[in-house]
Write a protein that binds this ligand. Structure first.
Ligand code: CA
Length: 390
């Protein structure tokens, strides 16, 4: 899950202290930390010694808190094998895509043909697992695939940062120190529990880990071991990672058999009824003339509400399952990308299955080149109709 900064976590810089320490020219831990903020610190050659000593100081200062949280000294020592900050983390926190892109651009980059078709491939490859997870947790298997696809591109971009080092760097010099410190304690607990070795506990610059990018506190609360080897291995086991995601969504309110929502056509008189406070049954929306842009409404007695992205003309009717996805990452664009990708995977999977069945029935063999071209045309038409979602 992408860790989107929340405004209440941003700590104000204590200007007076900065002025005083600069005035006395003291190389305190605080000023060393400020060097990390300076964009040209590295170019000026100021980074090395001061930053490393600030990092070392942070690790020393943080130990009492870790000990109070039940961390053993041996765990702590193993966790902090490399005693220097992660520069890449500092750079990355300035460039989060969710902030630079418009919502429509964000959706477009997430809903690519490549990602949709890779999802169809994974649906076939992990079919049994996905059906089992859907039966056990009640979460739509296409939603699990979509989260996997968006979070790590189906396990191909899980992040290579040492999670302890990334979180320690953010704890020392990030914009969300309180958040990072909470996550750092959770990460130390994961190491101590033996689910993963320190060298294998890798993740994004913000500490999101494994196939579906769990942050450490989410991992502690919701990760599950479905392979039965005693380890909740969301890094190396697709089964554990997707099961953990399903468990998380279920416990955050996902309801079996309910859709996440639909892109809808809305009559002018209903367009001002945006937001959760205007929630009413799907049947009531239907009576007002709201219609799905494709497919059909179901679960008509369930409550739903209208959402719309800033700078975008599309309307969506969403249910409590949409809120469960928001628990994963609290951005409407994110939840809409997950829902739309899940729908696109499901649509294309059934087309591909139908085409394959047709080819097998008519000639008793797998699709040939002509079939593949027909399939490609079908996929392209599906992708261009997905494009109208934007
Ligand atoms: Ca396992």
């Amino acid at each position: 899950m992408n860790a989107l900064p929340r405004r209440d976590d941003v700590m104000p810089v204590n200007r007076m202290r900065l002025l005083l320490s600069a005035f006395f020219g003291l190389i305190t831990g605080f000023t060393a930390v400020m060097l990390l903020f300076a964009p040209d610190a590295r170019a000026a050659g100021l980074d090395g010694m001061a930053a490393r000593s600030a990092y070392r100081q942070f690790v020393d200062d943080f130990w009492p808190r870790a000990r109070r949280a039940g961390i053993r000294r041996s765990t702590y020592r193993k966790a902090f094998r490399v005693m220097q900050p992660d520069w890449d983390v500092i750079q990355r926190q300035r460039h989060q895509p969710e902030f630079r892109m418009t919502p429509a651009e964000y959706l477009r980059t997430r809903l690519t043909e490549k990602r949709i078709m890779a999802g169809v491939g994974k649906l076939h490859r992990h079919g049994t697992l996905l059906r089992n997870l859907q039966a056990r947790f009640g979460v739509d298997r296409h939603i699990l695939l979509a989260i996997w696809g968006i979070e790590s591109n189906y396990g191909t971009h899980m992040g290579k940062h040492d999670v302890i080092r990334a979180l320690a760097t953010l704890s020392m010099a990030g914009r969300r120190k309180r958040y990072a410190r909470t996550q750092l304690i959770a990460a130390l607990k994961i190491l101590q529990a033996g689910d993963i070795s320190p060298a294998q506990m890798t993740g994004s610059w913000a500490g999101a880990m494994g196939h579906t990018q769990f942050i450490p506190t989410t991992y502690l609360g919701y990760a599950v071991d479905v392979t039965g080897d005693g380890r909740r291995d969301i890094w190396n086991s697709v089964a554990d990672a997707l099961a953990s995601t399903a468990n998380y969504l279920k416990r955050r309110g996902w309801r079996r058999g309910l859709p996440w929502g639909w892109r809808v056509r809305v009559p002018a008189r209903a367009k001002r009824l945006l937001g959760r406070r205007r929630a009413r049954s799907i049947a009531a929306w239907e009576r007002m003339g709201v219609r799905p842009a494709r497919g059909a409404f179901y679960a008509r007695r369930a409550k739903a509400w209208l959402v719309k992205l800033r700078g975008d003309s599309n309307y969506y009717l969403v249910t409590r399952n949409f809120r469960a996805i928001l628990a994963y990452n609290n951005a409407k664009t994110y939840a809409l990308a997950v829902g739309s990708l899940a729908d696109a995977i499901a649509r294309n999977a059934s087309r591909k299955a139908a085409l394959t069945a047709d080819a097998v029935a008519t000639r008793g063999k797998a699709p040939n080149i002509a079939d593949q071209q027909r399939l490609k045309a079908l996929v392209e038409s599906a992708v261009s109709s997905t494009a109208s979602v934007r």
